[in-house]
Design a protein around this ligand. Structure first.
Ligand SMILES: [Zn+2]
Length: 410
């Protein structure tokens, strides 16, 4: 087998193509392959697809292909042009490339696979391509995925805000809780932000939404009430956000008490912040003895912590009626605690209790899609290198959008 025959097989070229030259440059670890067309070959017009004889050939173009052993491999060809009666002179579409990005389909696919595993810098290093080239593949893959994506409103939606960058800019992320994908990203966390998403759908689709998990955030509540019929029964305040209100109250109690104790020269609460914030099951073994000792001291923080911990039981109820009974007992305990931050948190929850109890009907939370949140977090960390929020959005869609990203052979 000659080298030309070998590369013709490897490149899986049709009979109308031939390899005219192969150059191996071992100093640069590089192989260049030139393709030509057979004189008898016929080509589809790029617009209508009707086959024509070759009219002429366009300027030479180069595509980076997958490496051959340790050598970067480049394909060169002058693509034929047809002269269709209806559409005039048109260059044919290269069967080995999708868009004009200088990569063959196989190389582009390889770059997408690598981008799924690491950040842009890692991808560019592994594939020996520029940062901009890797970025451009990601951008085009997302564009293509969004065009292919069906416009559908998920039955169970999660609405969450994510901060981006240092200047406290926010994005609203709409997730499909069943598929575990980010469906839509829109700037800011205003009522209009979420309305912008809802407005894309008709009345029938909006009525088909079964549940919307969200934080107790007034703009999202207002937007959902305005667009989703029977929203009162469908809005579910996310249990992790609900718990966070109480956890933050515990932290406030701890800070206040620590200050008072420290003024008296007592630093018993020093370095204990995360012990009070964690679930009891998550206390590291090496600190369990210390923690159970502080808990037995007559501290306000320990009382606040006990109230917070007992609320965890609330979520285990099966029937809403029993959950409501538990809630009433918990609320009365919290209200009589004489701990101001805890009383305030309990009151906040009370004003929203109706849509906290909807959890027992729909059982959705924004963490339903646990894997999704960690993926978003990963993109946020990678996003430090991104120049703007548009880049951040593209990366979220790429990693979390569940999109069909790959180029297809024409
Ligand atoms: Zn044509």
């Amino acid at each position: 087998m000659t080298e030309k025959e070998m590369f013709a097989k490897l490149l899986q070229l049709g009979a109308e193509w031939k390899i005219t030259e192969v150059k191996l440059n071992m100093d640069e670890n590089r192989i260049d392959i030139w393709l030509g067309t057979e004189s008898w070959s016929k080509w589809p017009c790029a617009v209508c697809g009707i086959e024509q004889a070759v009219h002429d050939h366009a300027q030479e173009q180069t595509w980076r292909h997958l490496d051959t052993c340790q050598c970067q491999t480049f394909i060169h060809a002058r693509l034929p042009r047809t002269d269709c009666k209806t559409h005039g002179v048109k260059q044919i579409l290269a069967p080995w490339a999708s868009v004009r990005n200088g990569f063959t389909l196989m190389m582009e696919t390889r770059v997408i696979d690598t981008l799924k595993e690491c950040d842009i810098t890692g991808c560019s290093r592994l594939n020996r391509i520029s940062w901009d080239a890797a970025w451009s593949v990601m951008e085009k893959a997302v564009k293509r995925g969004l065009v292919r994506k069906d416009k559908r409103l998920p039955a169970y939606i999660g609405v969450d805000e994510k901060s981006f960058g240092k200047r406290h800019t926010y994005e609203t992320l709409v997730c499909d809780l069943e598929r575990g994908t980010v469906e839509f990203i829109v700037d800011d966390r205003e009522q209009e932000s979420l309305e912008f998403y809802y407005k894309r759908f008709g009345d029938k689709e909006l009525a088909s939404v079964k549940g919307v998990a969200m934080d107790m955030w007034d703009p999202y509540i207002a937007a959902t009430r305005k667009y989703i019929p029977e929203a009162e029964d469908k809005i579910v305040f996310d249990r992790y956000h609900v718990t966070r209100h109480v956890t933050e109250a515990v932290d406030k109690v701890r800070r206040q008490e620590h200050k008072i104790l420290a003024d008296q020269g007592e630093d018993i609460l020093k370095g204990t912040k995360y012990l009070w914030l964690a679930n009891e099951d998550n206390i590291p073994e090496c600190r369990q003895a210390e923690f159970s000792k502080i808990r037995r001291m007559n501290l306000k923080t320990a009382r606040a912590w006990a109230i917070k911990e007992s609320l965890r039981e609330f979520w285990n109820y099966i029937y809403p009626g029993n959950a409501l009974k538990f809630w009433k007992r918990w609320f009365s305990w919290a209200s009589r605690s004489r701990l101001k931050p805890i009383i305030q948190a309990a009151r906040t929850l009370k004003t929203h209790i109706k849509n906290i109890l909807t959890y027992f009907k729909h059982r959705i939370t924004n963490a339903t899609t646990e894997g999704l949140n960690s993926k978003i977090q990963m993109v946020k960390e990678m996003a430090c290198g991104f120049r703007n929020r548009e880049h951040y959005k593209i990366a979220i869609y790429f990693h979390c959008g569940g999109l069909d990203l790959y180029p297809k052979q024409i």
